[in-house]
Ligand binder design. Structure first.
Ligand code: SAH
Length: 455
């Protein structure tokens, strides 16, 4: 028993590398220890926060010997909230880390030929701070004041924020103004402990191209008291807000969004511009969070796909059609699918608005619609997939391997599920290269474009 480690215990530790979540890894008496806030080559005093059978979790109590890549975090609340896990690491080192995350994931799943993949250096952002175009913050009443912010790690304790290192300033300005209005009008704020009150979450999305802002109140009940006064004040004091909706999400679910969104004022969409095309964005639809890097990511995807003018292209996991519609003038036809109905409505509307007549989007899952299309005799020449973090469903991969389109590109936001999917995909396709693009500076998240050649 003398070897038992206790929570709160401190010991010096040499950090070997970073794990895929950006935590330092060291070995305490040969037990793997994950240390938040610690960097490779550092010697820190680690303080144990959790003891597990096979590993320890710890925080950095003190740095004894700092990494040359350590920088002063630009976010004053670094360490107290998530979302900026790499803010203490110099930006070039953050980019090296992201390429390494891809390498670590491949080494874990070992898809065919993985040692020889061309892992290109991660493309960095020109502006690694204040890039996020959307703030999605829980709202709480704290000491009689309405506050919005992020939760402290592993808790539901709200840390109020009026600025944030990764958020575009306008999103924070609007969030702060909305909190003031809710407070003045005494709109009931959600109380998690008693499951009472109404306003749960504020969602604010900014179009960088047009400066338009979209606001959504996520509420615990259909009733939103004083909403007319609230809308009046928004119209008067926040003229950039052109679209206000309410999303009903009753109950104690951990999901942020409920099923039903109702327009309260203004227009249902804001317009963002990407690669010279206009995209109407509805409240619940997915849109990449970093507009500047999105164009770079898409250009990498287009380059990797190397379309020919006669190609029939599939845009799978399409969102509001941003990728397929950017490519429609280089293909014969574009067919896409997406699970969120309002996003599909927006995608088809976006085709029309941009004068695109050879693209069409359908509501449904990739794993059910794609096999259905193939069964109907549809033969795609080119396919681009951009799935959520969970990666591709086995049924989708099976259909894809059978159809085996000549051109195929995978955009992944999760190297771990990408590496898993590559195990199956490499039966039919060879990996030409993996190009990571930093969509989320200051965080451990990593996005990558994979170019394949059919075997
Ligand atoms: N390509 C788009 C969206 C990528 S995000 C863009 O670049 O903006 C992934 C999208 O997949 C989301 O819009 C999500 O709603 C959708 N989605 C999630 N699961 C899906 C499934 N099983 N089938 C089809 N679409 C799905």
């Amino acid at each position: 028993m003398e070897n038992t480690v206790q929570v709160g215990q401190r010991f010096p530790l040499t950090i070997k590398r970073l794990d895929i979540n950006g935590r330092g890894i060291g070995y305490y008496k040969r037990k793997i220890t994950f240390v938040t806030g610690a960097l490779p080559q550092e010697v820190v005093v680690a303080e144990v926060t959790a003891v597990h059978d096979r590993y320890l979790e710890a925080t950095t109590h003190r740095i004894k010997q700092a990494s040359p890549d350590r920088v002063t975090p630009s976010e004053p609340l670094f360490g107290q909230i998530g979302g900026v896990e790499l803010n203490h690491l110099a930006y070039p080192a953050q980019l090296n880390f992201k390429r390494d995350v891809v390498a670590q994931s491949l080494a874990k799943f070992k898809p065919s030929g993985w040692q020889h993949y061309d892992l290109r250096p991660t493309i960095g952002a020109a502006h690694p701070l204040h890039y996020r175009n959307k703030a999605q913050f829980p709202v709480r009443l704290i000491d009689g004041h309405v506050r919005a912010g992020l939760y402290a790690p592993n808790s539901h304790r709200l840390v109020p924020l009026t600025t944030f290192a990764t958020q575009r300033p306008l999103t924070m300005q609007v969030i702060t103004a909305l909190c003031g209005m809710l407070e003045d009008l005494q709109v009931p704020i959600y109380d998690e402990a008693h499951h009472s009150g109404i306003v749960k979450t504020l969602v604010v999305r900014e179009s960088v191209a047009t400066g338009e802002v979209q606001v959504t109140f996520v509420t615990n009940s259909a009733k939103l008291p004083h909403h007319l006064q609230l809308l009046e004040r928004i119209a008067k004091e926040l003229p950039m807000v052109v679209s206000v909706s309410q999303n009903l999400n009753p109950g104690t679910t951990s999901l942020i969004w409920g099923a039903k969104t109702t327009l309260l004022a203004g227009q249902p969409y804001i317009t963002e511009r990407l690669l010279g095309r206009d995209f109407a964005v509805s409240p619940q639809a997915f849109l990449q969070l970093n507009p500047e890097q999105t164009e770079i990511l898409y250009q990498e995807a287009l380059k990797a796909l190397a379309l020919t003018p006669h190609a029939t292209l599939v845009d799978a996991y399409a969102g509001i059609g941003t990728i397929g519609l950017s490519l429609a003038n280089q293909a014969k036809t574009v067919r896409g699918m997406e699970i969120i109905p309002e996003a599909v409505t927006a995608a088809n509307y976006n085709a029309k608005q941009n004068g695109i007549t050879n693209a069409h989007y359908e509501v449904g899952t990739a794993e059910s619609l794609f096999p259905q299309w193939l069964a109907q005799g549809f033969k795609p020449d080119a396919l681009i997939v951009d799935p959520p973090r969970a990666g591709l469903e086995p049924a989708f991969i099976q259909a894809l391997l059978k159809a085996a389109p000549k051109q195929f590109v995978y955009i992944s936001c999760n190297p771990s599920t990408l590496a898993r999917d590559l195990v199956a995909l490499t039966k039919r396709y060879q990996v030409d290269y993996i190009q990571s693009v930093d969509m989320f500076p200051q965080t451990a998240r990593c996005e990558a474009v994979v170019k394949f050649t059919r075997r």
